[in-house]
Design a protein around this ligand. Structure first.
Ligand code: GLU
Length: 293
């Protein structure tokens, strides 16, 4: 945990520094090299998906930098690139992927019901979720933060929300939506099903702050034409995992190996640089991986 908190600090510093850097759109031409010779033990999820020749992946469609659906219908972002690396290791190129929008509140349900084979969607690993599903990773560590209007000087951290009598927007089924109730009256928490709606509510003055992970907010700030700013004081640790069926240890181990291989061969770095790295240039260090169970 100590490592994670240090990393969260480092990430937030990097985010704060790079917010002034220019933004950019994601590179849609990115194709990790496909492992055509992939060969897996019969009965494993990897063998099943490889034999099927296709995979369904849950991700976000409205989160710039991590998962944002473009005009051509395919999403782009760091989560999307991580998802593609895993598919490629199973011999599946990007055109074999069916992308499914997995909003915060439906992720466990989609995995349990087999609507998706795995979820890469700014998905915090925690014990409550682990009662229903398993996680590989973490592949990234974010931290909950606040986004406010650029000219707001009263909200400078979660402890200032009460005095500002602020209404705060977050998303149903997300960890930040729960955490923020420690700082504001639940009656002042406004919940939608996606973060783009929170950004609209901030723009129109229905709420005075949006809360979720710093990297999600960074994407919204980057696209706001200087209308919004990140407060820049993360107050939680949000290790992002890849959600899979509960107890699928072999798939978890395979994904973890894919992540360490991706660091070694530079594809993790490329995935970052092509996406979130356009706004936050420093590639994060892969967090220490959890044991699969
Ligand atoms: N990482 C947090 C979560 O998994 C917030 C981001 C999200 O809603 O996807 O709940």
């Amino acid at each position: 945990m100590r490592l994670r908190s240090l990393m969260a600090g480092a990430v937030s510093t990097a985010l704060a520094v790079t917010l002034t850097a220019c933004g950019g759109s994601s590179d849609t031409s990115n194709q990790p090299s496909v492992n055509a010779e992939a060969n897996f033990e019969a009965g494993t999820t990897m063998a099943k998906l490889k034999d099927a020749g296709k995979v369904k992946i849950g991700t976000k469609f409205d989160q710039p930098l991590f998962g944002l659906k473009g005009l051509d219908g395919t999403p782009t972002g760091f989560d999307v690139e991580i998802a593609k690396l895993i598919a490629a290791k199973m011999g599946l190129s990007a055109d074999k992927i069916e992308w499914v929008e997995a909003q915060s509140k439906v992720r466990e349900e989609f995995i349990e019901q087999g609507k998706v084979d795995y979820v890469v969607a700014t998905y915090t690993i925690n014990d409550k979720r682990k009662e229903r599903i398993s996680f590989a990773g973490p592949y990234y560590e974010a931290g909950q933060d606040l986004m406010v209007k650029s000219d707001d000087s009263t909200i400078t951290g979660p402890d200032t929300l009460k005095a500002a009598n602020a209404k705060v927007c977050s998303v149903i089924g997300s960890t930040p939506a729960e955490k923020i109730k420690e700082y504001v009256d639940p009656a002042n928490v406004v919940l939608f099903d996606g973060y783009s709606k929170c950004a609209d509510a901030l723009r129109t003055g229905q709420v005075q702050a949006v809360t979720t992970d710093n990297v999600i907010l960074l994407g919204l700030v980057d696209g706001s034409n200087d209308e919004f700013k990140l407060v820049g004081k993360p107050f939680t640790e949000e290790p992002y995992g890849i959600g899979i069926k509960k107890g699928d240890t072999k798939f978890c181990e395979f994904i973890n190996k894919t992540l360490t291989d991706a660091v070694a061969d530079g594809s993790y770095d490329k995935a970052w640089k092509d996406t979130a790295g356009k706004v936050s240039p420093e590639t994060p260090k892969l967090p220490e991986l959890d044991t699969c169970s």
